[in-house]
Design a protein around this ligand. Structure first.
Ligand code: PAF
Length: 287
């Protein structure tokens, strides 16, 4: 596995893959590699013979400085996991490489980024949009693979790729979960044992609400969501930023079940904020 920190390394590598007519997939990450990331590399390998990953903890997407400081970092272990997953190359740019002195451009996606994470983490999606645009334009992979756990982020990235004609196929990969259902996330390592036990209430609440909606229960969606919220608080979550039924593509809230839907949630346990989402199947909705 090739490892480089400078953009020129990536340029040379993608030029040599190009010359050999080899396509490649890119898996952008912020490190703290877990099985969810490994699955993205494996998915990349399904699309192309070559897969490159990036590890860059992007300061621009952290609206809270303390959150950036406590973000888990484990470079050596990350590289070992990526290599074991079959990754061919890893680019670990420095902050100066991505944002050199005088950097003044912001990629801001309107509409799909306005609500939810956009509301609770002001500036977050400008940071994501800017870094993802920079990574994609720098590497110009054939495919870029992102996890569905960050459902709204995926919608933002699809929009920016389309709007800017970057020419990269954006692939979303289903959330990888621990056996008890908790979505894998780098932030899970910040949970105490007790909090980790309580955190499972998040996927449970989403699944219960989904089952009720899919069963066409004759109570309002808003009532179901209030029940799910109450379940989180009862389980020990101290703050529920949102728990909503939304249109899967536009992220607009829905007050009744129709079309392609997603249940999305963000809630804090201890000092760790977790997000999750699940699909709600229209064809099993009976009303
Ligand atoms: O999902 C992440 O890990 C990050 O938001 C991403 C897409 C790598 C951009 O920094």
């Amino acid at each position: 596995m090739q490892i480089f920190r400078e953009l020129s390394g990536l340029d040379r590598l993608s030029a040599s893959w190009c010359a050999d007519d080899e396509q490649f997939s890119l898996v952008p990450t912020m490190g703290a590699i877990h099985e969810g990331h490994v699955a993205l590399v494996v998915e990349g390998k399904r699309h192309t013979a070559r897969v490159a990953a990036t590890i860059f903890v992007n300061p621009m997407q952290f609206n809270d400085k303390a959150d950036l400081e406590r973000y888990p970092r484990s470079e050596e272990a990350d590289l070992a996991k990526l290599e074991a997953a079959g990754c061919d190359a890893v680019w670990l740019p420095s902050v100066e490489e991505i944002y050199p002195a005088g950097f003044a451009t912001m990629v801001s996606v309107r509409g799909v980024s306005d609500r939810w994470e956009g509301e609770y983490r002001p500036g977050h999606f400008d940071g994501v949009g800017t870094v993802v645009a920079k990574l994609l334009i720098s590497a110009l992979p054939n495919f870029a693979i992102f996890g569905e756990k960050d459902w709204q982020q995926l919608a933002v990235i699809r929009q920016l790729e389309r709007d800017l004609n970057i020419g990269v196929d954006i692939v979303g990969f289903p959330t990888v979960r621990d056996p008890d259902g908790l979505a894998m996330s780098s932030r899970n390592s910040l949970l105490s044992d007790g909090e980790r036990g309580q955190a499972v209430a998040l996927p449970e609440a989403l699944n219960e609400a989904r089952a009720a909606i899919e069963a066409g229960e004759h109570i309002l969606v808003s009532t179901l969501l209030a029940v799910a919220r109450a379940k989180l608080v009862e389980a020990g979550f101290t703050k529920v930023d949102y728990l909503a039924l939304v249109d899967a593509a536009t992220l607009e809230p829905l007050d009744h079940a129709h079309g392609d839907m997603r249940l999305i949630a963000a809630a804090t346990i201890g000092s760790t904020r977790l997000i999750d989402n699940i699909r709600v199947e229209m064809d099993t909705v009976s009303r």
